[in-house]
Ligand binder design. Structure first.
Ligand code: F7E
Length: 351
């Protein structure tokens, strides 16, 4: 009989990438859990929603009865939890809800597994935000937990609870630290997709001789270790298929600033420019004196910032044989090309 995999957060970037990866590389049946909301967006699952081995199921990480119902109905062999409130920036506004979904939600999943299907293997998506104001670079799994946001704290709580259930009930449960990961299914609330969408719009408007709005960003000096989400899905699946459960960290091992990302995105769109000025006066222009293409707006600053995240993926490389395949440059190029194509299509429709 085919194995069954339950994936939460199916409409998000990682849930959809994981489902697609497993549909392409295994014969498993995939159950994608969606939370019923007013206006769900199915764009991320369009490519495989009609695959006979894929089913959409309803459930909510804040509602244990729905998780129990799914685990007893499906009897999954694997339970991959990508469902989360994943935007760090809003976590100060809704900290209780963030904890309910990201930390208590993990307990609800583990309780369902413990009671109903104790041999189901569980994956919890952790975050480099658990490290926060880092003590050293690159960060490895021994780095102290020092979150700087309710989001980071919620993921750290999830990490601890996964360890407790693994050790107390002998469940195959892992929580991996995932550094930033982006790509073609990334939401626009994250800085990379916000940049590539706006770059596409600006490029089209410049070519059409139309006025454009400047790209406005928060802390452009933030440095992140960005990978492509698709590379991480292979790593997650390897973690779930070892002899013994163990936590790992996935990262590219490279660091780039938000400024670098902006320069690379404009360069890939054929609008090369340069940053000048510091702090709130920093501007990105094609030529000095021209209208800025990008600038800083305090509105996007966070109450507390994590200024640098830089991961050391050597343990996963050594023990899992995991390797990233998509470089930073290729990831930015793919995202820009997709957004240029989407903008062109939308603009045609409007005419
Ligand atoms: O911000 C700065 C912002 O929102 C990256 C999530 O997947 O990765 C992600 O969290 C940096 C921050 O991602 C804007 O202040 C500047 O320093 O794209 P982001 P994140 O907060 O790093 C971790 C590993 C996760 O686990 C999370 O779920 O960019 N930044 N200007 C901006 N950020 C945003 N969103 N918008 C701006 O305008």
């Amino acid at each position: 009989m085919n194995k069954k995999v339950l994936i939460t957060g199916i409409l998000g970037q990682d849930g959809a990438n994981m489902a697609e990866y497993l549909l392409n590389t295994t014969d498993h049946e995939i159950y994608g859990m969606q939370r019923r909301s007013g206006s769900p967006n199915y764009d991320n699952i369009k490519a495989f929603e009609n695959n006979p081995r894929f089913s959409l199921v309803d459930g909510d990480l804040t509602d244990s009865s729905s998780i129990n119902r799914l685990v007893s109905g499906i009897e999954p062999d694997y339970f991959i939890n990508f469902g989360a409130n994943s935007f760090v920036g809003v976590s100060w506004d809704v900290p209780l809800s963030v904890f309910d979904i990201n930390a208590s939600g993990v307990i609800r999943c583990l309780e369902a597994i413990k009671k109903i299907k104790p041999d189901c293997r569980f994956y919890s998506a952790g975050s480099s935000e658990e490290f926060g104001d880092v003590d050293y670079s690159p960060q490895d799994l021994k780095h102290p937990v020092k979150p700087r946001s309710p989001y980071g704290a919620s993921k750290a709580a999830a990490r601890h609870i996964v360890k407790v259930y693994r050790e107390s009930y002998n469940i195959y449960a892992v929580h991996s630290i995932l550094f930033n990961h982006e790509g073609l299914r990334r939401g626009e609330e994250f800085v990379t997709r916000k940049i590539t969408k706006k770059v596409a719009e600006i490029k089209h408007k410049i070519d059409a001789g139309e006025a454009f709005e400047t790209l406005k960003l928060g802390n452009i000096d933030s440095k992140r270790d960005w990978s492509d989400s698709r590379d991480f899905m292979r790593g997650v699946w390897l973690m779930l298929n070892q002899d013994r459960p163990k936590d790992y960290l996935l990262a590219s091992g490279e660091v780039h600033s938000v400024k670098d990302f902006v320069s690379s995105a404009f360069q890939n769109a054929g609008v090369p420019g340069l940053w000048s000025g510091e702090g709130l006066d920093a501007k990105f222009r094609v030529f000095e004196k021209n209208t800025p293409l990008a600038e800083v707006d305090e509105k996007w600053f966070r109450p507390a910032e994590v200024s640098l995240l830089h991961g050391d993926p050597s343990l996963a490389q050594k023990e899992l044989g995991w390797k990233r395949e998509i470089s930073f440059d290729k990831m930015v190029k793919d995202m820009v090309e997709l957004d240029l194509a989407i903008y062109a299509k939308e603009a045609k429709k409007d005419k």
